[in-house]
Write a protein that binds this ligand. Structure first.
Ligand SMILES: [Zn+2]
Length: 252
């Protein structure tokens, strides 16, 4: 449809002129208190989420084995969904840390973000840097970091067989289950780089030289979480780790 509501051959899909306001003006229109970062309030969210998460874990580990088996089949999925949602809350807090929105102190934001994201297998600094550039280039075909739309000429031939409800359901399932690790590991759906780009590689073209040390630290966080989970799996069994952490992690 054209601007006058009539179909026109020259469809303007996106606004092609600059808006009659600047980003600065939009920011000025938001009340200043919205930009205040309260350390106490931010930490209250972390403590609250950690308490709920621990409580859920405590209930699952101490009482589910007492339930008749058919109740356990219901109790575990309920636990997985609730715990997955709470972990997502913690994931988002770490995301805010990456945007320096948690407190006025960069080191506190980075410490909290590193601990929370590492516990959820996110390389904190690695993603913080690429994600920041994603925000400043959203929707840009050339410079956005992720979710870069393909040009019509680049769409693989088999996509036409997936352009139907079952195909889209399959695409969504793959994206939701594997999209995140594939992006972090192989830059899937990311912007093109002149060589292989991986969030775990300190020498990845995604990063500048002064960012590389932080990529090592992010990797250490991932190793630490993997180490702790391995230790728990050795003492408590793999099924324990999968049911307490693994499934909620996938939901998150
Ligand atoms: Zn963000």
């Amino acid at each position: 449809m054209g601007a006058d509501g009539v179909s026109s051959p020259n469809i303007k899909r996106v606004p092609s002129t600059k808006p009659p306001f600047t980003l600065g003006q939009v920011k000025k229109a938001i009340p200043p208190h919205c930009f205040e970062r309260s350390l106490l309030r931010s930490f209250s969210y972390v403590v609250y989420d950690l308490l709920i998460s621990s409580l859920l874990g405590y209930i699952a580990t101490t009482s589910f084995h007492l339930l008749p088996s058919h109740f356990a089949y219901v109790a575990w999925p309920i636990y997985w969904i609730l715990q997955g949602c709470v972990l997502t809350g913690l994931w988002v807090i770490a995301h805010e840390c990456g945007h320096h929105a948690f407190s006025d102190h960069q080191w506190i934001d980075d410490t909290v973000g590193l601990l929370l994201h590492s516990a959820l297998f996110v390389p904190y600094f690695s993603w913080k840097y690429s994600h920041r550039r994603h925000h400043s280039n959203i929707g840009c075909l050339d410079r956005d970091e992720v979710f870069v739309p393909k040009l019509k000429s680049q769409i693989p031939w088999h996509y036409m067989y997936l352009n139907n409800p079952p195909g889209r359901a399959l695409g969504l399932a793959v994206k939701l289950l594997l999209g995140w690790p594939l992006y972090l590991s192989f830059n899937a759906s990311g912007r093109p780089y002149d060589r292989f780009a991986c969030h775990y590689d300190p020498y990845s073209p995604i990063y500048s030289d002064r960012e590389r040390l932080h990529i090592y630290i992010s990797d250490l966080g991932i190793f630490a979480t993997a180490f702790v989970l391995c230790r728990i799996a050795i003492t408590q069994g793999l099924a324990f780790v999968i049911s307490i952490y693994g499934v909620p992690f996938v939901i998150c």
